[in-house]
Design a protein around this ligand. Structure first.
Ligand code: F3S
Length: 773
């Protein structure tokens, strides 16, 4: 009954359409003969455009759906951060629609530099990025998209505070979109072209993920925190272990966690490659909804859960993999450097530091970001600072705090936490990403320095050069508690659980475990009104969205060319060695500036990649042996109309959902990427841009291919004629420079829709063709 789920009008666009979802779910249940479903399956399958059509081939077996079926889904909402929103909206504009098909929001967070403190940094960043912010704002006004301006907060924190609701399905143009799973949503990080699917009301396609169950038992205590659940899990599963899975938490331990703690855990599910992560509805969720001004929807949420069993797994639901973590035995972990799955329990960290030859000293501590900037995180950090202050201790290293939103900042200011931070030497940065995304104008260490230095952060990602642009900065990821304790020691061997610090008076000081409030006792306050957008903006078709042809920040898009109908013939431009993340393929930092200008940002393509044949970074060789930077050679070959292919190793494109990592290679004339394995989002992004992602059927064939080889597909036309068949094999002929040839068997995962993208030249071309038809 729709009346069970009635909410006041002002909340309708922020409440999942429970009546429709539950009706859909009942159809799904019939198709699978009432087999028990996991929570992830319930939320995902209830968003199917047509359960009958999508699940027709399942024969009633869940195992025939998971990892097999391409689902066509109707997401409820889209969120976009400023860096990725530019390209998402430039692509959306080419479809010629007057407004978005689902509610959407834009968040200005990635382009804000962190250096001196919130006010100065914000003012400078607004001036530097004015053209981009104006473009995003005008798109928001024209198409009726909520615009959260610079300083309002970090996308995932704002989504948690305003939009995430149990049972919601949303897409976000940022890889940490799964943060919203902390409040029981299925929230998936995608590229701009995927976001355009949802924005245009085109069904969004996803291969049904498998479900990895994580059973939490016991209860956290002392120094252990939700961050340690995910840093430990990353150590168990590695950066590839979650690929193709939704991680679903369950067990009695879940009931002991705060909503924001669950968000931290879901946030970093991105670091294990998971499609997303989610939690069942708990009392903590209800408390959070009420405290964040959404009490009027809790009746509907309760009805969905209590009367329809929608927001938790069915009794007896089966997981494809199962891991158990006892929270009572969980130790704080420190992960890094350079990869988020190198996980070390704090009790072994000092010893490991010695063995690995990591720096002896910590050079800076940073807390906050979308991962760890909740009231609970901040109040626990302050409880550590207060102990140190009382003992007369001063921080030994620079310390930065990034609040996640204006609501958090204003509330911790009211409650005296900001005062405590600043009195103790911390620099409180703007409510934005700042140092987490390379927007750290760091002054204490030279960017070009070749000496290693170690930083402790409560962030989620730690690839080289991620934070300060310095490849030698080792970022160790841990809880805000551990970072805060560490700033008073500055020594990599310090274990706050058992070591003491010598005070000036000769006495030994030991920290007591941190304490904090799950939610502010006096409730949240909103803070400065100017940071809040109109609640339900209406599209204004008369608003002009201006993009100057002279701009070096923004550039309207020209469509990519459709497929010629012939087999592809391409030369190997580069054979990449080892890890190749989206940071290697499309560097962030200073390049963030050009996110809306495809030509200019493409000068960063693969500049972080290591050439397998020479060991050099950003070096490639023309057919006659002349050396170029990688993008220079791509540009040269594009001008010569010589399509190219890149060959690489495992988990190619892991890391953020950066669609420029697919757009730029395509723009510069790339046609195929052939690797040992792909990160899921990147593989999809390549397909959306009309490229052909292939994997080696036999990994050892990677060794047989060299730069300069000519690679010709043998049965591409057959594959296209069969509409991709949802994956299969494709043979390529390799011609070496000496004229010798051999065949290599490759695999592809092209679905019918993705074949259409390939034929049209890109997904956007295909959607535009459909909308114009
Ligand atoms: Fe921003 Fe870092 Fe999160 S870049 S969205 S704070 S991962």
């Amino acid at each position: 009954r729709a009346s069970e789920f009635a909410v006041p009008e002002a909340y309708q666009s922020r409440t999942p359409p429970y009546a429709k979802l539950i009706q859909n779910l009942n159809t799904v249940k019939k198709i699978v003969d009432n087999k028990p479903l996991t929570l992830a399956e319930k939320i995902l399958y209830s968003h199917l455009v047509s359960p009958e059509e999508s699940l027709a081939s399942s024969n009633g077996q869940l195992s025939n759906i998971r990892g097999e079926v391409y689902l066509k889904l109707n997401p409820d909402r889209v969120a976009m951060q400023d860096a990725s929103a530019q390209m998402a909206l430039l692509q959306f504009m080419t479809c010629g629609m007057p407004s978005t098909a689902v509610p959407a929001s834009i968040h200005c967070d990635h382009l804000i530099v962190g250096k001196d403190g919130a006010n100065d940094d914000l003012e400078k960043s607004i001036a530097t990025n004015k053209e981009v912010f104006d473009f995003l704002q005008s798109c928001g006004e024209k198409y009726g998209i909520q615009f959260w301006g610079p300083g309002s907060g970090i996308i995932h924190q704002i989504v948690l505070e305003n939009f995430s609701v149990p049972g919601l399905m949303m897409l976000g143009t940022d890889s940490h979109t799964p943060n919203a799973g902390g409040l029981g949503a299925i929230a998936i990080g995608v590229g701009g072209a995927d976001a355009v699917d949802a924005l245009t009301g085109t069904p969004w396609e996803l291969k049904a993920p498998k479900v990895l169950g994580v059973k939490l038992t016991g209860q956290l205590s002392g120094w252990s925190s939700p961050k340690d659940v995910i840093t430990k899990l990353a150590g168990i599963l590695t950066v590839r272990g979650g690929t193709g899975y939704i991680v679903e938490y369950f067990g009695e331990g879940v009931q002991t966690l705060s909503c924001t703690g669950m968000a931290t855990i879901c946030n970093m599910g991105a670091e294990i490659g998971a499609t997303t992560s989610t939690f069942p509805y708990t009392e903590a969720h209800k408390r959070y909804l009420i405290q964040t001004g959404r009490e009027p929807i809790t009746k509907a949420v309760d009805a969905a859960n209590n009367q329809h069993n929608f927001l938790r797994a069915d009794e007896g639901a089966q997981y494809d993999k199962l891991i158990e973590i006892n929270l009572s035995e969980l130790e704080p972990h420190v992960n890094g450097p350079f990869t988020p799955d190198l996980s070390t329990p704090i009790s072994l960290f000092g010893k490991t530091t010695k063995e690995e030859g990591w720096p002896e000293k910590v050079s800076a501590g940073l807390i906050g970001s979308c991962t760890n900037s909740s009231y609970q995180d901040m109040s626990r950090a302050v409880s550590i600072i207060q102990q140190a202050e009382k003992a007369g201790l001063k921080p030994k290293i620079p310390f930065f705090v990034t609040p996640g939103s204006e609501q958090i900042r204003a509330t911790i200011e009211r409650d005296g936490l900001i005062d405590t931070f600043e009195r103790n030497g911390a620099i409180v940065l703007a409510n934005a990403c700042g140092p987490c995304i390379g927007q750290w104008d760091r002054v204490d260490v030279d960017k070009q320095s070749t000496d290693s230095n170690a930083i402790f952060t409560s962030f989620n990602r730690n690839f080289r050069a991620r934070n300060d642009g310095n490849r030698n900065t080792m970022n160790f990821l841990t809880s805000p508690d551990m970072v805060t304790a560490m700033i008073y020691s500055g020594d990599m061997h310090f274990n706050p659980l058992k070591d003491s610090i010598k005070l000036d008076n000769g006495e030994e000081f030991r920290f007591q475990p941190p304490t904090g409030e799950e939610l502010p006792n006096s409730g949240f306050i909103k803070g400065r009104e100017e940071f809040y957008p109109e609640a339900q903006p209406q599209p204004k078709p008369d608003v002009e969205v201006n993009v100057s042809p002279e701009s070096d920040r923004l550039q309207l898009l020209d469509p990519f060319k459709p497929w010629s109908g012939d087999e592809l013939s391409t030369n190997v431009l580069l054979k990449v060695e080892g890890k190749c993340t989206t940071d290697h393929i499309s560097a962030a930092g200073a390049w963030l500036k050009y996110k809306g200008h495809l030509e200019n940002i493409s000068y960063n393509t693969l500049i972080g990649a290591v050439n397998k044949e020479t060991g050099e970074v950003n070096k490639a060789y023309d057919l006659n042996g002349d050396q170029y930077s990688i993008p220079e050679l791509m540009i040269k070959w594009k001008e010569e109309q010589r399509p190219w292919i890149v060959v690489a190793e495992h988990n190619y494109g892991e890391g953020s959902a950066r669609e420029h990592a697919a757009l730029s290679p395509r723009f510069l004339g790339g046609s195929v990427i052939l690797v040992k394995s792909f990160a899921r989002i990147h593989e999809t992004n390549l397909k959306k841009q009309g490229m052909l992602p292939l994997t080696f059927a036999e990994e050892s064939d990677y060794d047989k291919i060299s730069a300069g080889d000519l690679i010709t597909t043998q049965n591409l036309r057959d594959m296209i004629a069969q509409d991709g068949n949802n994956g299969g094999t494709l043979t390529v002929k390799v011609t070496k420079k000496d004229g010798s040839t051999f065949d290599v068997l490759c695999k592809h995962t092209m679905s019918k829709d993705q074949v259409e993208f390939f034929k049209a030249g890109s997904a956007i071309n295909h959607i535009g063709n459909l909308k114009r038809a």
